[in-house]
Write a protein that binds this ligand. Sequence first.
Ligand SMILES: Cc1cc2nc3c(=O)[nH]c(=O)nc-3n(C[C@H](O)[C@H](O)[C@H](O)COP(=O)(O)O)c2cc1C
Length: 343
Amino acid sequence: MMPIRPSERFITGFTKLVGVEHPIALAPMGGVVESDLAAAVGNAGGYPIMPLSWSGQDIIATELQSLSAKTNAPFAVNLCLDRPQDARLELCLSYKPNAVHFFWGDAAPYVSRVHAHGALVIQTVSDSEEAKRAVAAGVDALVAQGWEAGGHVRSTIATMSLVPAVVDVAGSVPVLAAGGISDGRGLAAALCLGASGVVLGTRFLATPESAAHKDYIAHLIAADHGDTLVETDLYNVGWPKAQHRVLRNALADRWLAEGRPDNTSRHRAGETVAQRGEARIRTYQSTTPHREMTGEIEAMSMWAGQSVGLVNTIEPAGAIVERVTHEARTILRSISLDSASRV
Ligand SMILES: Cc1cc2nc3c(=O)[nH]c(=O)nc-3n(C[C@H](O)[C@H](O)[C@H](O)COP(=O)(O)O)c2cc1C
């Protein structure tokens, strides 16, 4: 990979706000983004967001210390507001993140507290009304997460329509596009829609630095665009009533064929499918397959976005940041007014 020349860099509202070289953020992905992957993205000039919503205090401390030992790059911490996060927020702030990124709820009650610690506030939104409220509450950047996205997704709107709608109400607040983006074409398109950058999740799962289980990565590489499902009551053990996008598997196909039976009557309800040390993972549990797990990985919640169709190799995270930037720059240069008028 050729290093990116300064003249090829995209300088956007987001890169200036957070102080990174490239408008590419590593999506917080609970259970699989650990300090190795975050540091690789940060050291390549991208923006890592550490998922800490379910982590115990000891893990938060270990992961954030470990990240600081591996990189000086700015980073954000991610907290999902489907549960109380006060204690985690306090601990995270003591590690001086560049920003706190909130998902699945309203960041408003936390804005002044985070700002008082010198950190920025980022909120993921799923429609323009939520974006308006977040901007009015004083958030510093928005993530517009479209329906194509992997993992938990609130929106029912596709990224292509959502991003410009959010940009239109965001004013000077930078917007990142998330969902369905795996390469430079996606970055170029997002910038054309008015975004200040992109958040990549599924693409970064298939990297040597990711903590995803090797069988999960193999399924991602083998999968095509049409191989994901978006459901609310499928992997609902541990996180009920939350829409999510995952790879199809035999367990999901049977559940659909049987008419989406409830948690008590469905096939293999309550059985253990995998283990990590002493911890047992049950069928239909909302848990990302980690490399230290053993068991039936294929039966677990293998979160993936529709962008999985463009994930065909394991590629180092830093090379992804460089490639996506190069590709987007090449595409945007190649679209001249002449070629556009011939279309
Ligand atoms: C494995 C996985 C785990 C995720 N966990 C979280 C999380 O803990 N917090 C969060 O805000 N978003 C989470 N997401 C959503 C991502 O932050 C992001 O919006 C999504 O991956 C973007 O879509 P893409 O996968 O098509 O790139 C997760 C996504 C995946 C694929």
